[in-house]
Each structure stands twice: as C-alpha cells, then as structure tokens.
Design a protein around this ligand. Structure first.
Ligand code: SAM
Length: 301
C-alpha cells in the first residue's frame, strides 16, 4: 500500500472501507461545485457492470499497453469510483480521491474491490509523494476546478517519469457545427440559472430536462442509427452519445450538466497545449466520443 505524505484529519469506516479524510485546502477548488457533486453522486451511485464496462471502453480507448497488472494508479476526482472500478482488474493498485461526499458512494461501489483505496482529498493537496504513480487519471474533473491548468500541473507531479497522465475535459464544440454551438449557448444559460436553485428545485429541473430534452433527442438519434444503417448521420444529432445508455445515466448526466455551478470548456488544441505546458509528451487525443479525452507521458525532471 502506498504511504500517505501526511496524516488524515479523520478516518471513517463505510461499507467495509476505511476512508482517510484529509484537510481540504481552499487554494484551487470551487466549494459550491464540490458540494453539488457530493449530492449528485449520493443520488446516482449504482451502475451495472455492463454500464461501467461499455462506457469505460469509450473513455479508455487510448490507454497504452504499458498500463497493466503492475501499474499504480491515482484517480483524481473519482466521484462514485466507477472508473476505478473499471480499471481495478486491469492494474495493481488504485488510490481514488475526491474532496466531496462522493467518497461515501465510492466506498459503496468499490466495497468488494480489494486493490482500491478511497480517500477524501483535493487535486491541489494530494497526500502522495511526487513521482509515485504509473497512471494519474482525472475523468471529467479539471474543468470543474477554477484554475484548470494549475490543477493539471499539480496532478502531473504525482506521475512517475515515463508514467502517464490521462484527462477527460469538456470540449468547446470545436469539432461541431453552428447548430451545436447555438444549442450550447442556450444550455449554458440554462445551467447558469438552474445550478443556483435550491437543491430540490435543481434536481427537479434536471429531471424535467432529462425527460423532455435528452430522451427525445436520444430517441431520434436511435431512429436515425437504425434507418440510415451505413451512415454516421446519427452522430451529428446532439446527445447521440447516449444511444444505448440507460435512463439512469441520462438523468445523472442531465444533473451533472445543468446542476454544476462551475464548468469550463476547451478546444482540442488547448487540451494539447495545457498538457505540453506541464511537461507531458507523446500526447494522444482520442477522436472518438466523449470529447476530449487525452493521454500524455511525463518526461520533465
Ligand atoms: C463530473 S464528476 C466526475 C467524477 C468521476 N471522475 C466520473 O467520471 O464519474 C467531477 C468530480 O470532480 C470532483 N472535484 C471537484 N473539484 C475537485 C478538486 N479540486 N479536486 C479533486 N476533485 C474535484 C467532484 O467532487 C466530482 O466528484
């Protein structure tokens, strides 16, 4: 087991897992966003093996063969721990950390997984020596942190020289047409108001959006996929990513998208530049959905 560099302020026992809780610094964190995720992940925290496996394959299509049964992994902003669960039988050890109360949901989902430890900590104050991990991953997290570039720099230090850093960052719709951008402007304005609502109303508004906006668009995408079998036309429909996913995942993502106070977006070019700036090389950005997920190798000193 990897040694922490400092003492936790408390250790809680949940679902048979010991959760070490570290002091959360207020340097580079949006407290309202973290609180909102604590609520979200304690509402949506059960996933079937198939859901984790199907979506996991999309996220981790660029994982290199060097990440294997000998690898030590750090999952920063683990949420429910679903991607730690996905990787748990492919690597040696995973430290999964999140500053929010999502750690309780993660302890539950990972209760039968012996090689994953769950801790409460933030990206700007990770309780591990520099250069510890073969893979540092942060899936859908850094765009919810005020200074994304700094957060990327902070987590990168925890990767070994020659180790990998994987990130998924919300895309700036740079590979999409005008229609997507107009829809995005509209949805972003909605998020601005919805994320400020009291918890009950926020959840209700996101449920309405899931049923009245997400579901119809996913349905249309599905029909296009079936009718125009040899065409990729269906992928051009907003929210087509959700074809084949469960209603629960759709409701969860609607809450994620409209209920989160802080969200930033990056072009593919910006993702590459940010990664290069923190000393990552051999960068691969997947051209597959979800956009953009990328991996690079740490080569600085
Ligand atoms: C969209 S969720 C992604 C969760 C998980 N990686 C997944 O894909 O299922 C974003 C997560 O980032 C966490 N987060 C927010 N600010 C953070 C910070 N400063 N350090 C680490 N994690 C943070 C939130 O608590 C939340 O669980």
């Amino acid at each position: 087991m990897i040694k922490f560099t400092k003492q936790p302020v408390r250790i809680l026992k949940e679902f048979g897992k010991s959760i070490s809780c570290f002091n959360i610094q207020k340097f580079n964190i949006d407290e309202k966003t973290v609180y909102s995720f604590g609520e979200e992940w304690n509402k949506f925290n059960s996933f079937t093996e198939k859901e984790i496996s199907d979506i996991g394959q999309q996220y981790f299509d660029i994982l290199p063969p060097e990440i294997n049964k000998d690898s030590l992994v750090l999952d920063v902003g683990c949420g429910t721990g679903r991607w730690s669960k996905y990787l748990s039988d492919k690597v040696k050890w995973i430290d999964a950390v999140d500053p929010s109360n999502a750690v309780f949901a993660a302890a539950k989902l990972l209760s039968e997984t012996n090689n994953v430890r769950v801790s409460q900590a933030s990206a700007d104050d990770l309780p591990f020596e520099s250069g510890t991990f073969d893979l540092v991953m942060s899936v859908g997290v850094l765009h919810h942190i005020p200074d994304t570039q700094q957060a990327l720099a902070d987590i990168t230090t925890k990767a070994k020289q020659g180790g990998f850093v994987y990130v998924y960052l919300y895309y700036a719709l740079d590979n999409r047409g005008q229609l997507f951008r107009v829809i995005f402007k509209l949805t972003n304005a909605m998020r601005f108001f919805i994320s400020k609502l009291p918890s009950f109303m926020k959840k209700l508004a996101c449920e309405v959006i899931a049923f009245l906006i997400y579901l119809p668009l996913v349905g249309i995408s599905y029909l296009f996929k079936r009718i125009f079998k040899n065409s990729k036309l269906w992928e051009k429909i907003p929210l087509s990513f959700y074809v084949g996913t469960s209603l629960k995942v759709i409701r969860n993502d609607a809450l994620d998208r409209f209920g989160t106070p802080l969200e930033q977006r990056f072009t593919k070019q910006q993702v590459v530049e940010m990664m290069e700036q923190v000393g990552l090389r051999d960068i691969t950005v997947s051209n597959n959905m979800p956009y953009w997920h990328a991996i690079g190798k740490r080569v600085d000193n």
